[in-house]
Write a protein that binds this ligand. Structure first.
Ligand SMILES: *Cc1c(COP(=O)(O)O)cnc(C)c1O
Length: 387
């Protein structure tokens, strides 16, 4: 049997421990130090995000977004059901009612066409999740949000270095994901394209109204950030908050990855394109479908997935690959069908989400994977279908 190929493997650029040691030697270990500032500035400059704050996880960044939305009990938040639990949990913890939306037929993203029918006088927020780093239909979502005076929080956890191309600009101008909604959250968990040493995240504030409060919530409800900038001469408790900022050693780790972002992205994209090219003939024969990248979206090579015709065929493919040492894995169970939420769900049919829960499979995708590995995996897949 060939060497086993895991589903994911975190990549080290080589500078992580050097920068972590530098962070330790400065004697300032807590958050909001030099490496944190460097990382935040990188995102602000490269993607034009108004204000960035590093967080200890993507989940924490989503929780900050939910706190900033200032929800009252009974306020409603529209969220896709085919997503990670944190997207829903962040808003449930604030006392909001989660209203699950179905996915599109063409890909797992929130179906913007169904949003309008879910809006009530209590609706306050729409949360598009850019699944696999592929943009949701943002013009439509922002138009609906503006017309109903709603906030938009982008769950961009998987969407670093990915773009939306507005049909209004003939699909030409690139808008970075995370720069379109009022607020956005990224994740630097070890399974994402870049990591802050295992766990990490980023809050993006695009609407200036939220900047001051975001800094306060970040720093345990105090105006410490203003104090450090010399804007006030003492700091204290001024609002709600928690401890959302990561230690400097995590920011130092992330900095090493950011320095190599282009290199990481270019390698991942070449792996993604190899998968696509080699599996296209099988997709054309109808054995499965390949990832859908709409004309308005870019691909950031976060994930390579296949959609099988049914659950049995997916199980057979996963087993066949596993028998040959290759770890392919399914993804979310729809949140509305989860043990925690099924009794609370209003019974609406979310059949596209359930279909992705049963039929989507993710293939190995990580920087240290080689083109030859991808070729081997694709050859093995074809063995299952072409006898
Ligand atoms: C990874 C992920 C999260 C959570 O990020 P963590 O850093 O693991 O807390 C939230 N939403 C989506 C869509 C994700 O993929």
């Amino acid at each position: 049997m060939m060497n086993a190929i895991p589903f994911n493997k975190p990549h080290l650029t080589g500078k992580e421990t050097k920068y972590m040691l530098e962070a330790v030697q400065t004697g300032k270990l807590s958050g909001n130090g030099e490496f944190t500032k460097r990382c935040q500035q990188f995102f602000e400059e490269r993607y034009g995000f108004k204000k960035c704050l590093l967080t200890t996880s993507g989940t924490d960044a989503l929780e900050m977004c939910a706190m900033l939305c200032d929800l009252k009990p009974g306020d409603e938040v529209i969220i896709p059901s085919y997503t990670f639990v944190s997207t829903a949990l962040a808003f449930l913890r604030e006392g909001a009612k989660v209203v699950f939306a179905d996915s599109m037929k063409r890909n797992p993203n929130l179906d913007a066409e169904t949003i309008e029918s879910l809006i009530t006088p209590r609706t306050k927020v729409i949360v598009p999740v850019h699944y696999a780093g592929v943009a949701c239909d943002m013009d439509k979502i922002m138009e609906i949000a503006n017309r109903h005076n709603l906030l938009v929080v982008e769950d961009a956890a998987q969407a670093i270095d990915s773009y939306y191309k507005s049909p209004m600009t003939n699909y030409k101008s690139l808008m970075p994901l995370g720069s379109i909604g009022h607020l956005a959250a990224f994740s630097f968990h070890e399974t994402k394209n870049i990591t802050a040493g295992g766990e990490g995240g980023l809050l993006v504030v695009n609407d200036e109204r939220f900047i001051r409060r975001a800094e306060i919530i970040w720093e345990k409800g105090t105006n410490r950030a203003e104090f450090f900038r010399g804007e006030v001469n003492k700091y204290g408790w001024v609002d709600m908050g928690s401890s959302f900022l990561p230690a400097e050693i995590n920011a130092a780790f992330l900095w090493a990855q950011l320095e190599n972002l282009d290199e990481i992205q270019s390698k991942r994209k070449s792996l993604w394109e190899t998968y696509y090219k080699l599996l296209l003939p099988l997709a054309d024969k109808g054995y499965f479908s390949l990832p859908d990248i709409p004309e308005y979206a870019s691909d950031n090579a976060h994930m390579f997935y296949l959609i099988l015709p049914d659950l049995d065929k997916r199980t057979a493919l996963i087993q066949h690959l596993k028998d040959n040492g290759i770890m392919a894995v399914f993804h979310y169970l729809s949140l509305h069908s989860s043990a925690y939420y099924q009794d609370k769900h209003d019974g609406r049919d979310l059949s596209e989400c359930d279909r992705y829960a049963d039929t989507l499979v993710r293939l190995p995708m990580y920087y240290d994977l080689e083109i030859e590995d991808v070729e081997k995996i694709c050859k093995l897949i074809s063995v299952l279908y072409v006898k």
